[in-house]
Design a protein around this ligand. Structure first.
Ligand code: SF4
Ligand code: MG
Length: 327
């Protein structure tokens, strides 16, 4: 079937002072199929949030999508007028951000904001939209929804605000939800509840979910497919089970070994030393070469291609190329 989301060769660059170009997203290709849950995993600075913002067309100067295509079903997002894109956001794609306070308007009540969202995308009366708001709050597990509609965002806890954001995201039953670190700002006990709710909503409305996270631990229970990003590029991609048990890329292995408890047969590397290089100053060769324990001479000169290692398993590393050590 047709993917809900199809991203091809996406490049989003930021044009900085002194002629510096930050290649925040640099040739990224992936698809999400109906009902599928896909995780994009990486440290901060890996390009995962910029990928999400590019899909939503929320990149501002000095950033720009310089190449590639983004399709939601048969709609070519990079060739839509701003007004058409507004319809796509909400009707076809719902977005949930890390900090709901920034996405909710502090001066309007919760009820007001959900009602507005519903009415922006569906031609219904105010009264029907208000009823819909209460119903949505009930669906996302908010107690006393009639009361909550009268409250302001700051009167709710972080977890409740994130539930409100989920209610708004699902209000128009989009085909795809993009959730960027939806639980990072929450207490550990609340995190699992919010992820469970997202999954429950995904099943209920048969939506696809693109979950962006720095925490590989999250993907274990919740996702079908994992995309690992580093330095603005995909370095590994595989079905979740396969990625967790048969990770190939040294970066993925490093991420896995920093998890508390994983399968014992995963090759351990210890915590990855160093930090993600700045996007305006990537190494010439492999972007992970400055931190990789397996770095070879070739790695410092040539950035490897993303190649097929196995069915549905892609890896970007010289070790696995034809004639490579681990081929
Ligand atoms: Fe490490 Fe070289 Fe593979 Fe890059 S290409 S991940 S530096 S072994
Ligand atoms: Mg981010």
């Amino acid at each position: 079937s047709l993917p809900v989301l199809d991203v091809q060769k996406l490049k989003t660059y930021f044009y900085l002072e002194q002629g510096l170009v930050a290649k925040a997203v640099d040739d990224v290709t992936f698809s999400v199929y109906p009902g599928e849950t896909v995780a994009i995993v990486g440290e901060s600075g890996s390009g995962k949030s910029i990928t999400a913002l590019s899909i939503m067309q929320l990149i501002n100067k000095p950033g720009r999508i310089v190449e590639g295509s983004i399709h939601v079903k048969d709609k070519d997002l990079l060739n839509l007028k701003p007004k058409q894109m507004t319809t796509i956001r909400g009707n076809h794609i719902g977005m949930i951000f890390q900090e709901p306070m920034t996405a909710l308007n502090p001066v309007f009540t919760i009820g007001n904001q959900i009602t507005e969202m519903v009415r922006k995308h569906k031609k219904v009366s105010k009264q029907i939209a208000e009823q819909k708001a209460i119903e949505l709050l009930r669906i996302v597990g908010i107690p006393r929804p009639e009361q909550i509609t009268k409250e302001y965002p700051h009167q709710l806890s972080g977890g409740m605000r994130q539930r409100v954001m989920i209610a708004m995201a699902i209000s128009c039953e989009p085909e795809l939800i993009i959730a960027d670190e939806p639980t990072t700002a929450l207490d550990v006990t609340i995190q699992a509840q919010i992820l469970d709710l997202l999954l429950e909503m995904q099943k209920r409305y048969n939506m696809a979910l693109l979950l962006i996270t720095h925490d590989l631990g999250v993907v274990y229970e919740y996702t079908d497919k994992v995309i690992v990003m580093y330095g603005g590029q995909i370095v590994e991609q595989a079905p979740t089970k396969q990625l967790l048990s048969l990770a190939k890329h040294p970066y993925t292995k490093g991420l896995l070994s920093s998890l508390p408890k994983m399968d014992e047969d995963v090759e351990r590397l210890g915590t990855i030393k160093g930090t993600v290089p700045a996007a305006y100053n990537f190494p010439v060769g492999c972007r992970f070469s400055t931190r990789c324990p397996f770095v070879m001479e070739k790695c410092k000169q040539v950035n490897p291609e993303l190649l097929q290692y196995d069915t549905d398993h892609l890896v970007r590393c010289h070790l696995y190329e034809e004639g490579g050590e681990r081929q």
